[in-house]
Design a protein around this ligand. Structure first.
Ligand code: G3P
Length: 217
């Protein structure tokens, strides 16, 4: 499973990228707002740090506007992935941009039929929003499973990018069910390493080691 980080915070991206565990970044208009930065500047900086795909979202809602914005965003760097909303215009733009050789991420997916359309439009990634479905007292993970089945039935190459991840269990369940990618907030990504028995075990080993009076090297 690939790990993307869902943020436009440069310090967080650098920090996680340094671990060697980062495969890409996703941003959206809300995350750009949170960063307080200019979209072109901050996205360029992210692309310079990370080798993998960096999703930058269009804000136009009509096909022509999306295509215009996509050309501007695509010029930022070679690893830009154009993020488009799951609307008819978004799908049309996805098809056109994919045919031109651009990477695309179709976002705001809340149903298996929407994911089927995105795959038919040639999307590189489909982004089903797990947390926001859970917020409605439904089961976001069930959607990931449905999309996995449909994509496998027809050998679609579109990668399932599990988004709106809120917990470490979301990451585990998405991995178990076969999502190709998880885009995760920095704090949740860092929390994946935590286990109280790891801390307890390490403390015990260090205490015993000190009693040996030895040093390695
Ligand atoms: O990138 C989109 C997505 O991950 C948003 O997550 O927590 O705002 O539903 P959230």
């Amino acid at each position: 499973m690939k790990f993307f980080v869902d943020t436009a915070d440069i310090d967080e991206i650098k920090d996680i990228n340094d671990t060697g565990l980062l495969d890409g970044v996703t941003t959206n208009p809300s995350l750009i707002l949170k960063s307080g930065r200019d979209i072109m500047e901050v996205t360029k900086e992210i692309c310079d740090i990370v080798d993998g795909p960096v999703s930058a979202e269009v804000t136009a809602v009509d096909y022509d506007g999306m295509m215009r914005e996509a050309q501007v965003l695509a010029k930022i760097a070679d690893n830009i992935c154009i993020k488009l909303p799951l609307t008819m215009d978004g799908l049309k733009a996805c098809k056109a941009l994919t045919s031109e050789g651009h990477k695309t991420n179709v976002t705001l997916c809340f149903s298996a039929n929407q994911a089927l359309l995105a795959a038919k439009a040639g999307a590189t990634f489909i982004s089903p929003f797990i947390g926001r479905i859970d917020d409605m007292s439904a089961d976001g993970m069930e959607l990931i499973g449905e999309i996995r089945t449909i994509y496998d039935n027809y050998d679609f190459g579109t990668e399932i990018l599990a988004a709106s991840i809120r917990t470490v269990n979301h990451v585990k369940e998405a991995a178990l069910i076969g999502a190709d990618v998880a885009t995760v907030p920095p704090s949740t990504l860092k929390a994946l390493v935590k286990h109280p028995l790891t801390d307890k075990g390490l403390d015990a080993f260090l205490a015993d080691w000190a009693k040996t009076g030895q040093k390695i090297g």
